[in-house]
Design a protein around this ligand. Structure first.
Ligand SMILES: [Zn+2]
Length: 199
């Protein structure tokens, strides 16, 4: 007699290559179509590398199984068949320490990327409090800063046609004066560079 099929060790059979993800353009319509089904939504997140597609048990070093878990927001969790340890599908991801559901976070992220104001996000989505949206926007900004600080990026040089790539540079001096009065305190020079063609 055939038993129950074994729980999968991968969320999705296909994880999109980084080069493809860099060019991808997601629409809210696409997101809203996938979000209602928790399994489909997890697959979308794993395909887009927003959560891990598979996880090894920290004790047994064996692949954990994806199992349903009604009591958690994500609807699924990882479970080790050997030692029965469980861990969240958010393990090792951007969402690991977040309270909101992953679909709400992705929607807030989408609006942040498209520079939609907090009050409009609240209006469109009846999502959550102003403070929550501002806190998530700060989190996205910090992640981007972290990425910029840890990823070396070459600016300038030559494009595919052998032409110079233009880099604009500007500097500003930042200092603080209480109530715009009193002497200037020691400040900091901040230098910014931007490659217009690539953004
Ligand atoms: Zn284990």
């Amino acid at each position: 007699m055939a038993g129950r099929p074994a729980a999968p060790i991968n969320i999705t059979p296909v994880v999109l290559p980084l080069a493809q993800l860099a060019r991808i353009d997601v629409t809210p319509r696409e997101l809203y179509a996938v979000m209602p089904d928790k399994r489909e939504w997890l697959q979308w997140l794993a395909q887009h590398r927003l959560i891990r597609n598979n996880v090894d048990c920290g004790t047994c070093r064996r692949p954990m199984a994806l199992v349903t878990r009604a009591e958690c927001n994500d609807g699924y969790s990882w479970r080790c068949r050997q030692c029965n340890t469980r861990c969240s599908v958010r393990t090792g991801s951007f969402f690991a320490n977040c309270d909101l559901t992953t679909d709400k976070i992705v929607i807030i992220m989408y609006y942040w990327l498209h520079e939609v104001k907090c009050k409009h996000v609240m209006l469109f989505e009846s999502l959550c409090s102003w403070d929550t949206i501002v806190n998530y926007n700060n989190y996205f900004r910090m992640e981007c800063c972290e990425w910029l600080l840890t990823t070396n990026q070459l600016l300038g040089g030559f494009d595919a046609n052998g032409q110079f790539v233009v880099v604009e540079v500007d500097e500003s001096y930042f200092f603080h004066r209480k109530y715009h009065r009193g002497r200037r305190r020691t400040g900091k020079w901040v230098v910014g560079l931007v490659e217009r063609a690539s953004g």
